[in-house]
Design a protein around this ligand. Structure first.
Ligand code: AMP
Ligand code: GLY
Length: 431
């Protein structure tokens, strides 16, 4: 039976979603994106160029084209209530309703929910709505804090004392946010991402991935949306034990259970970002969607039919046997404009090399005019290498990335043995 599927969003993550859906012959793809993404457009039978947060326009498009269901890529339309509005018009969504999306869109809600229900992995935290109170807390706190604006910031709003800021810098930052912050203990460890398909009740995990938030090699420079990520053939990471992985998944199961019991069942992809610490996995945050770049790693490995998984999620009958991933390694490297994220060089031509036969290419924030690609202000495009070993996957992504010409850059160290060894040693030290 043919299914008309609407994909909302126009980045690398959504291109990966569109590719995975397009592997099914039964799927006809519709898409909404703020700017023409050549990768997604080439797979779509109908495209609406529109901001994803213009909910009436998206709903009109979905209804008039007869969409059977919708997959919501980014967080901004979730926060704007797109799922509630589409579902009201009879179009089920992969993505949570507004009240469940608060797990991501309201960091105070997330921490309070974890605390109230005694869910493991919640760091010590305090929520503030007035600058004076938050500043007093910072001045009296013995140690470093993570400073998190309560609302969405595109992954770039968190500042860590001892890393980005000193105490007075923290005070100034909190003042600039008018005091609406969550302040929490600074966690030390190694980060990993666990994403899962959730149908409201059942939860099925995907392979673990490690993202790289910092702009420059060696994890230096400002935070970005994510410069690239890798995953291993055994679907775990060498610095994550089975027990830690089980604990992290247990935390996510608990969250799904609590959301259901609270009358706001969670349906969609749940993204858990964890810090593996000396005292076990701690939750950095939850996202109410696939990660970007992490979606590109896992969806490139998905052997099951994404559309069938989604159908099961919608009927509430998802089970582990519906979801199979290839037991291979992936390395994703994002090509970004020179100067990204602080002062990206926009409108620069980007020329792809021709030595990329076995590497996947996902388009992100890129413009195509008369057959030439141009940078925009955000991440441009990504290469995903797949291999039997991390090394093979890294070589594939690296050679594709290296062959790109233009005023762009990428992180050469993502997926390399040297960086991996650094993570393993760091974790050993902490234990
Ligand atoms: P987020 O926007 O919540 O993903 O945070 C961005 C980055 O800030 C994370 O990837 C972590 O590296 C860092 N971070 C967030 N919370 C903490 C914390 N409590 N302790 C240490 N680092 C943190
Ligand atoms: N890669 C981090 C995120 O998607 O939020």
């Amino acid at each position: 039976m043919t299914m008309k599927v609407l994909v909302v969003g126009g980045g690398g993550r959504e291109h990966a979603i569109a590719c995975a859906l397009s592997r099914s012959e039964e799927v006809v793809l519709l898409s909404v994106m703020p700017k023409h993404n050549p990768g997604i457009a080439s797979l779509s039978s109908d495209v609406l160029i529109e901001k994803e947060t213009n909910i009436p326009a998206v709903v009109d498009f979905a209804v008039s084209r007869g969409a059977d269901y919708a997959v919501i890529g980014p967080e901004a339309p979730l926060e704007a209530g797109i799922v509630d509005r589409l579902e009201k018009r009879g179009i089920p969504c992969i993505g949570p309703i507004l009240k469940a999306a608060m797990l991501e869109t309201d960091k105070a809600f997330c921490r309070e929910m974890m605390h109230r229900h005694g869910i493991a992995g919640c760091p010590h935290y305090r929520t503030f709505y007035h600058a004076d109170d938050a500043i007093r807390f910072i001045r009296n706190y013995d140690g470093d804090l993570a400073i998190k604006p309560i609302g969405l910031t595109g992954g770039k709003g968190v500042r860590i004392m001892g890393e980005h800021l000193d105490r007075e810098g923290a005070v100034a930052y909190v003042r600039s946010l008018e005091g609406r912050v969550v302040l929490e203990e600074r966690l030390i460890g190694e980060e990993f991402t666990l994403q899962a398909f959730v149908d409201g009740k059942h939860i099925v995990p995907m392979p673990l991935v490690q993202d790289h938030k910092r702009a420059f090699e060696g994890d230096l420079g400002p935070n970005t949306g994510g410069m690239g990520a890798y995953s291993m053939p055994d679907h775990s990471l060498p610095f994550v034990t089975d027990s830690v992985r089980t604990q992290a998944f247990g935390i996510m199961k608990e969250v799904v259970k609590v959301m259901g019991e609270s009358g706001t069942p969670y349906r969609g992809v749940l993204y858990g970002q964890f810090m593996n610490t000396a005292r076990g996995p701690m939750v950095i945050e939850f996202n109410a969607r696939f990660g970007d770049p992490e979606a590109m790693n896992v969806l490139s490995l998905l052997e099951s039919d994404l559309s069938s998984i989604i159908t099961r999620m919608i009927s509430g009958s998802l089970s582990e046997k519906d979801v199979k991933f290839a037991r291979k390694a992936t390395v994703c490297k994002y090509i970004v404009p020179e100067g990204y994220p602080d002062a990206p060089r926009t409108g620069e031509p980007v020329v792809l090399g021709d030595n990329t036969p076995d590497t996947l290419l996902y388009y992100a924030n890129v413009e195509e005019r008369e057959g030439t690609l141009y940078t925009q202000s955000s991440r441009t495009l990504a290469f995903v290498g797949i291999g039997d070993t991390l090394d093979a996957a890294e070589h594939s992504a690296e050679s594709a990335a290296r062959s790109v010409k233009g005023r762009v850059r990428y992180r050469r160290d993502i997926g390399t043995a040297a960086l991996l060894q650094k993570r393993i040693s760091h974790m050993k030290e902490l234990r």
